[in-house]
Design a protein around this ligand. Structure first.
Ligand SMILES: Cc1cc2nc3c(=O)[nH]c(=O)nc-3n(C[C@H](O)[C@H](O)[C@H](O)COP(=O)(O)O)c2cc1C
Length: 200
């Protein structure tokens, strides 16, 4: 079978379309987004797998037209603020560092970040399925984030921020972002998958 090309991306192997068509745009319409729509995204995150089914992910979000927006938006570095101003909502993904059982001392979790990453991935695919896009970011000030989101750093890790919105024309973006508004490619599968032993 001929390799599939979608969204300017060519798969090495046959794969569901959504993995090629999902991407991380920066140009959004900025239109209001409802809590109901956002809850659909968090519902997708809810069904991610996690070690011991601990579900260590947490999310703090703000809609662009809410009183919380400015506080969350100002946690981002300037570079991200320049384009996130076109998004409809902003969320932070947080993970619980511990496995907690009633009556027992908390035990450090091996996979809290990995599990929260799976939840974010599910959220991003759900957004794409709904004609929206979710764009992950680690470009934020961690000290500000812990303080302004009220996250106790000893127990929880702020993993990433997510801009959410409906994609639109690059023309809404500052000039410097317009040429970059194209889906990126990937390393070949053969470069990161090994049979039997790492690196072989
Ligand atoms: C954890 C994480 C952090 C990222 N940080 C930023 C960021 O701070 N600013 C930004 O513009 N894009 C950021 N990105 C977007 C990536 O650059 C993008 O996902 C990557 O280039 C692959 O492109 P695609 O998502 O369009 O397939 C981030 C993505 C992830 C998953």
């Amino acid at each position: 079978m001929a390799p599939k090309t979608l969204n300017g991306r060519t798969a090495d192997h046959e794969v569901a379309d959504q993995f090629l068509t999902r991407w991380s745009p920066r140009a959004f319409t900025g239109e209001p987004i409802s809590d109901a729509t956002l809850m659909q995204l968090f519902e997708a995150a809810r069904w991610a797998p996690s070690a011991f089914n601990l579900q260590p992910w947490r999310f703090v979000y703000a809609r662009r037209d809410s009183e919380h927006w400015e506080r969350l938006y100002s946690i981002l570095i300037e570079y991200n603020r320049m384009w996130v101003s076109t998004a409809s909502a902003l969320a932070f993904v947080i993970s619980d560092r511990f496995r907690r059982k009633e009556g027992e001392a908390p035990v450090p979790s091996y996979s809290h970040s990995f599990d929260a990453g799976a939840a974010w991935g599910f959220l991003a695919l759900q957004a794409h399925h709904m004609g929206l896009a979710a764009h992950g970011m680690t470009g934020f000030d961690p000290d500000l984030a812990y303080a302004d989101l009220g996250v106790p750093e000893s127990d929880y890790r702020i993993e990433a921020a997510i801009a959410i919105g409906r994609p639109t024309t690059p023309q809404v973006l500052p000039e410097m972002f317009r040429a970059r508004e194209v889906p990126s490619s990937r390393h070949p599968v053969s470069g990161f998958v090994f049979e039997g032993r790492f690196g072989d």
